[in-house]
Design a protein around this ligand. Structure first.
Ligand code: SAH
Ligand code: SF4
Length: 415
């Protein structure tokens, strides 16, 4: 049976846009990929192994974009690298700051598609909200991103590039001498144990809650997150990273096995009828299947709970009965869980309204009284359209043909 609604991932296929100067952008590549590239460029095995380790460290741990700054690489080797490779960043189209300190960046890919990232500073932490796709195929009815026509997966470089840019903007790369990189140290590609300390830094946490459904672009998200978690890369622990999904059930187990970051699930409703309307993906993967996948997510415990996101929509999903059913579902599946109540953030043309503050408080208290934490999320950056579900860049207004033309113009300008 054809499932109604536009709910399958139809993503514009894309290869990495080649650079006009023929050099290769290393951003987003793993240590192993960099090593292979060096070998293909005629470095012998031993040199490729050492140089790739050094370059990986300079790129992701130190934030260096210029091979000349790689002081432990010989002076003759640096131009050799610069002739063949670059270390890129996403292009910044616009940077905005909200009255509450939230920052939003509009970024552009090499093929002229726009996406956004948001930084939310708090007293005790700073959270970077990154995008995994340009747009989103899933069309949740209350989400601005879901109304974008064009969708494409972001590459690992474009995903990890957001974190690199944020560190640039916040001036948070380590200074001083770099720890020596031993040539004979054992390689361990799977070594993802971060030894990052907040150390007074602003950027302490990452959430995949920007544009897109991360589990519809899992391979690229995984590759990017592995670099973010790598001790010799950005070194953030998986406990500081949260992936939010609208419920792509078949991919949840893989996410648990391969990156095992914190999981947030956009539940938003407790009955089939309402969830089918709000999150059309529910017609494919229903609530029971979703909660079962949550119960099986590796590593969940009271110390590491699943977060259920629940957007508060007036007269739609905000009754006392809804709150009680939510409690009962969490108990039924014995889920170590907390609930994040998100006041609906409006956007032009949205058909829903936010629940009254008193209603939200009451809803929250029913869940709290059952022994489950249910804080109400304070909306951040609403004035610059940076709050949850408000992201929708201007690229959406351009047709595919226009985008192709723009990309061609850009190529011509570079050539
Ligand atoms: N696609 C993923 C992650 C991005 S959305 C997902 O859906 O989980 C991040 C969160 O913001 C989700 O819980 C999403 O449902 C919520 N959201 C979307 N639109 C919103 C809006 N207008 N107001 C409040 N929250 C919204
Ligand atoms: Fe996509 Fe998430 Fe928005 Fe739904 S809420 S349309 S899955 S970005």
């Amino acid at each position: 049976m054809q499932i109604p609604g536009h709910i399958d991932p139809i993503v514009t296929p894309r290869e990495i846009t080649p650079r006009a100067d023929g050099r290769i952008d290393l951003m987003g590549l793993s240590h192993l990929q960099i090593r292979q590239l060096f070998e293909e460029s005629q470095l012998d095995e031993k040199a490729a192994k050492l140089r790739s380790k050094q370059v990986f460290h300079w790129i992701y741990h130190r934030g260096v974009t210029d091979f000349e700054a790689m002081t432990d690489i010989s002076k003759t080797m640096r131009p050799w690298l610069a002739d063949r490779f670059v270390i890129g960043r996403p292009e910044i189209v616009e940077a905005q700051v909200s009255s509450d300190g939230t920052r939003k960046w509009l970024l552009r890919t090499d093929d002229a598609q726009d996406y956004e990232m948001v930084f939310i500073p708090d007293a005790d932490r700073g959270t970077l909200c990154i995008s995994s796709q340009v747009g989103c195929t899933l069309n949740c009815r209350f989400c601005h991103t879901g109304t974008m026509r064009l969708v494409r997966n972001l590459t690992p470089g474009e995903i990890v590039g957001q974190v690199m840019l944020a560190r640039d903007a916040l001036g948070e790369w380590p200074k001083g001498n770099m720890a020596s990189v031993a040539a004979d140290e054992d390689e361990d590609e799977d070594d993802d144990v971060g030894h990052y300390t907040a150390d007074g830094r602003m950027l302490t946490n990452i959430v995949l809650m920007g544009m897109g459904e991360p589990l519809y672009n899992f391979d690229n998200v995984r590759d990017a997150i592995k670099i973010v978690m790598h001790g010799d890369g950005l070194g953030l622990s998986r406990r500081r990273i949260t992936l939010s999904t609208s419920g792509v059930v078949p991919m949840m187990a893989r996410a648990g096995e391969e990156i095992n970051v914190n999981l947030a699930v956009s539940l938003h409703a407790v009955t089939k009828e309402v969830r089918d309307e709000l999150v059309p993906l529910n017609r494919k993967y229903g609530i029971d299947e979703l909660l079962r996948a949550c119960a099986e997510y590796p590593g969940i415990s009271n110390a590491r709970r699943i977060t259920f996101e629940y957007v508060m929509l007036k007269d739609k999903n905000d009754s006392d009965a809804d709150a009680r059913e939510l409690v009962s579902l969490i108990r039924q599946y014995k889920l170590p869980a907390k609930v994040n109540l998100i006041p609906f953030n409006p956007w032009p043309g949205a058909t829903y309204e936010c629940s009254d503050p008193k209603r939200i408080k009451h809803f929250s208290s029913i869940i709290f009284e059952a022994g489950i934490s249910a804080p109400i999320r304070t909306p951040r950056g609403r004035d610059i359209m940076a709050a949850c579900g408000q992201l929708k860049s201007s690229s959406e207004k351009k047709s595919r043909a226009e985008l192709d033309r723009l990309a061609e113009e850009k190529q011509a300008a570079l050539g």
